[in-house]
Design a protein around this ligand. Sequence first.
Ligand SMILES: Cc1cc2nc3c(=O)[nH]c(=O)nc-3n(C[C@H](O)[C@H](O)[C@H](O)COP(=O)(O)OP(=O)(O)OC[C@H]3O[C@@H](n4cnc5c(N)ncnc54)[C@H](O)[C@@H]3O)c2cc1C
Ligand SMILES: NC(=O)c1ccc[n+]([C@@H]2O[C@H](COP(=O)([O-])OP(=O)(O)OC[C@H]3O[C@@H](n4cnc5c(N)ncnc54)[C@H](OP(=O)(O)O)[C@@H]3O)[C@@H](O)[C@H]2O)c1
Ligand SMILES: Cc1cc2nc3c(=O)[nH]c(=O)nc-3n(C[C@H](O)[C@H](O)[C@H](O)COP(=O)(O)O)c2cc1C
Length: 583
Amino acid sequence: MKLPFIPEDAPFTGDQKSWLAGFLAGMQSAKAMVGSQAGALLKSGAVSAPILNVFYGTQTGNAEALAMDAATVARGQGFAPVVQGLDDVSIEEFSAMERVIIAIATYGEGEMPDNTQLFWEALSASNMPQLPAMQFGILALGDTGYDEFCQAGKLLDVRLEQLGAQRLVDRIDCDVDYEDMAEEWINRVIPLANDGSAVTPKADTIPAVVKSIWNRKNPFPSTVTINSLLSGKTSAKEIRHYEFDLADSGLSYETGDALNVMPINNATLVSVLLQRLIIAPDFVPEGQIKTIDELLTYSYEISTPSREFLAAIERQAEDDFFSHVMSGGDKEALANYLWGKDTLDLLNLNSSIIFSPEEFLALLKPLQHRAYSISSSPKQHPGSVHLTVASVRWQADGREHQGVCSTFLADRIIDGGKVGLFVSPNKAFRIPDNDDAPMIMVGPGTGIAPFRAFLEERQVLNAKGQNWLFFGDQTRAADFIYEEQLQKMKDSGLLTRLDLAFSRDQKEKIYVQTKMHEQGADIYEWLEQGAYFYVCGDATRMAKDVDQALCDLISEHGDLTSDKAGEYVNNLKREKRYLRDVY
Ligand SMILES: Cc1cc2nc3c(=O)[nH]c(=O)nc-3n(C[C@H](O)[C@H](O)[C@H](O)COP(=O)(O)OP(=O)(O)OC[C@H]3O[C@@H](n4cnc5c(N)ncnc54)[C@H](O)[C@@H]3O)c2cc1C
Ligand SMILES: NC(=O)c1ccc[n+]([C@@H]2O[C@H](COP(=O)([O-])OP(=O)(O)OC[C@H]3O[C@@H](n4cnc5c(N)ncnc54)[C@H](OP(=O)(O)O)[C@@H]3O)[C@@H](O)[C@H]2O)c1
Ligand SMILES: Cc1cc2nc3c(=O)[nH]c(=O)nc-3n(C[C@H](O)[C@H](O)[C@H](O)COP(=O)(O)O)c2cc1C
């Protein structure tokens, strides 16, 4: 089990810090002693500041970063914050805690993030003890574009209430532009956790926290140095390799992190939309200082329709079928109807649909960055960061439809043009600390991105651990991206095994999990030898099937019932040897 994180700048001396870390780690095995022991410890004066437990449930690192922010604020107010992932605490330890702040993201379709699933299972069990002594606050992260907005945070909030814990403050549900709301909430909740025992330290005794200056509000303007097509001419796809110059920006990253790209909309689409709505491009809407052309180009999502936009269209469209799927309550039917339709398609449902510029803007969401798994190792490519991106394009209603960001990268960065970038650290998705540990990586399609980085990293480190990659896509001839580099890695022995699944090269579909089944005995043996199992790529279909295949092969080759195989997989998760970066 991972040691709790006691921040570098915690208000302890070095000795106190290592002692406290040891003490807390000891408590993890001693179970259920946390509250009383920590209380005694505090009363004895050995540690002057009261403990505040700050947890995060995260998939891609946002909630973890907010937990760190909360810890910084708590420290400034005289608490001794202890930051942990929700997979780093046993339910007995959790039950004994008194002051708890949780930052939690939602994943899948209203699901818990990977690092929260086992904790949630335990917390929702019928024999879970009551928590009358606990005070808690929940900061939920989500995206209103999903049906089940902030569902994980909502579930946790209700469950803690059912268990008798007291809210310090109401839960906050944050959308994609969460920074300001989250900061305000953190600043509100921490003082409420203070029962008088936390004494604000002198300002000059609080060490400054160093944060990257590059973030969503201030992305680093980087130059694209390489934009090359990886897919072959006959491919049904367009997967591209990008390299960005980091110059002396100070923007740093680690393998496993995601790079966020701030896109700019397609000028042609902006122009067609304005024509359709009969709005002059240089019109400045009420309350704005920029022209509508600029606003639609740089500031609003103009492709994927928002819920508010859909509802407004439904009111005007007089389209029986659309009204039926909108009001019928069948989410799948609505998703199927909307699949591939953008804002313009919906406006065109009926030529009489019209909005004023102000009404139209009010129905759009702010333009958001897109995340991409970094495909380079900074050790192998100092000063540069690489991405592997599938350009999203499809034909419908006689015109090409485009994904905003992937085609911005592919088509709309004119020579020397800059791209706004910032990094989302993903500390949970890293190569093993132990260079000798074997790695099994499953990454079809663009899912290969972080594994190219992992392999490059191990190459530089001269790590001796064995590496096994499962890769695939539609055809070998056109979709075997990074073939030359992977082949070299294979020849040099860095890549111990490479299993390929090209789905459309034969009558029957062959997927990565087909190959996993074929190699089940060896995968099981690798796992028994301490291998880490990584998955990256499509979340909705591939990652679920790979998870099932993993359980199946463990059951077969470990000679275990499916329940026991499930427990084996849960142990991999607890040991942080089953890690996923899926989207
Ligand atoms: C942590 C993380 C890591 C990621 N890593 C990568 C990566 O390494 N490489 C990568 O390529 N992507 C990656 N993605 C996905 C990426 O963030 C974007 O979602 C993707 O590039 C599409 O963005 P876009 O702006 O081009 O498309 P958007 O404008 O966001 O449009 C996407 C929408 O277009 C519609 N659509 C897409 N395809 C079709 C189709 N064929 N027919 C009809 N409609 C369609 C769907 O409604 C879809 O939701 C990652 C995502 C996350 C969260
Ligand atoms: N939600 C969707 O319906 C959908 C569809 C496509 C892509 N995407 C998204 O598009 C982005 C890029 O995708 P990509 O081009 O990198 O890869 P991809 O579409 O995931 O395709 C990579 C390979 O995976 C195969 N595949 C399809 N279903 C699978 C399954 N259930 N299990 C295992 N393998 C499966 C594909 O085969 P075949 O194509 O021959 O079946 C292909 O050979 C990702 O964000 C992905 O999530 C989503
Ligand atoms: C594949 C995927 C699925 C998601 N599903 C949901 C969802 O069902 N509901 C929701 O509110 N947000 C959803 N989100 C949005 C995340 O919760 C949000 O981006 C959050 O900031 C991520 O935080 P993290 O970096 O801590 O994981 C999803 C995001 C991704 C990439």
